[in-house]
Design a binder for this molecule. Structure first.
Ligand code: PLP
Length: 320
């Protein structure tokens, strides 16, 4: 591998691993192929989106040298943006909820970002960011963009986010599996991983089925009753409309509880040596559920979204 001009060139082209130990441990038929997105420079898949948003904005003349970049983030997109902005010389301000883990804010600051932390709703729980909490962060983000005439790297609305996964992650999945993929399943935050990968995969083979994983108590897309907006699966499950998601490409729904997401993340660490967070636990748990039911014997692809190191202040690996 040649010397890269900067660390942004190390974003993407992540390895894919067959989770044969976990499928064996759960006694299911079929394969789970996991794309190790925590090996990106910011230790999450959102580095891809950060790079694509900035590159497309520059190319479209929406971001000029000296302009500030502002983003509403649960931490991972902000970390990616901090890295990309550091390399490209933009000032970056991350606006995030106090409900997200402290490691994320610290890491962004270390990477030169300014971090604006927004209080949660009075009845919200630290570590559980609700849609209402997110609305407060959105308000503050809009204010900052206006005050500073900044470029908003908006992970919930910019098509470039879908492109990051359509042109890159999805194509990599197709190549790495030699096209031997039957199912893709993903826990939604902005939905860009789901949308981008599903679009790329279905373009190659329209028969590939794409499922979404949702928190069991807030499965809005599956049309289930919403019983609790709070959950521990950081990075998604916000229970709100996601403009980047084309609802027509959703082939099915899987619900995951906090305990299932956590339990599966722990099993991933213990038996596969993959140290990751709640949402990756949710993805793998959803794949296991599908292999045990409607997708028995199939090849299912998931992303391992970020590093477990980002959750050391939570109960994810506590008292194991
Ligand atoms: C840890 C983690 N998991 C899952 C997601 C959801 O990914 P997407 O926004 O592509 O739906 C995010 C998004 O920020 C995340 O940070």
């Amino acid at each position: 591998m040649k010397i890269m001009k900067d660390v942004t060139e190390a974003i993407g082209n992540t390895p894919m691993v067959n989770l044969s130990r976990i499928t064996k441990a759960f006694g299911v038929e079929g394969n789970i192929f996991a794309k190790l997105e925590y090996l990106n420079p910011g230790f999450s898949k959102k580095d891809r989106v950060a790079l694509q948003m900035i590159t497309e904005a520059e190319n479209a003349g929406l971001l000029s040298p000296g302009q500030t970049v502002v983003e509403l983030t649960s931490g991972n997109t902000g970390t990616g943006l901090a890295i990309v902005c550091a390399c490209k010389g933009y000032k970056f301000i991350a606006c995030m909820s106090k409900g997200n883990s402290v490691e994320r804010a610290r890491m962004m600051k270390a990477l030169g970002a300014e971090v604006v932390l927004v209080d949660q709703m009075p009845d919200s729980v630290p570590g559980q960011v609700s849609g209402e909490d997110l609305a407060l962060v959105e308000e503050r983000t809009k204010q900052l963009v206006k005050e500073l005439n900044a470029f908003r790297a908006d992970q919930f609305h910019l098509e470039s986010c879908n492109h990051a996964h359509e042109y890159n992650t999805g194509e990599e999945i197709w190549e790495q599996t030699d096209g031997n993929v039957d199912v893709f399943v993903d826990f939604l935050g902005s939905g860009s991983t789901f949308s981008g990968c599903s679009k790329a995969l279905k373009k190659h083979n329209p028969a590939i089925r794409c499922y979404i994983a949702e928190p069991a108590t807030a499965a809005i897309y599956a049309g289930k009753e919403i019983t609790d907006l709070g959950h521990k699966i950081q990075g998604g499950g916000y229970c709100m409309d996601l403009p980047l998601v084309d609802k027509n490409i959703i082939d099915g729904y899987v619900q995951i509880t906090d305990d299932e997401a956590r339990g599966t993340a722990r099993r991933l660490a213990e038996c596969e040596g993959i140290f990751t967070g709640f949402s990756s636990g949710a993805n793998v748990c959803a794949a296991l559920k599908l292999l045990a039911t409607s997708e028995k014997g199939k090849n299912i692809v998931v992303t391992i979204n970020d590093s477990g190191l980002k959750y050391l202040s939570t109960d994810l690996f506590e008292d194991m």
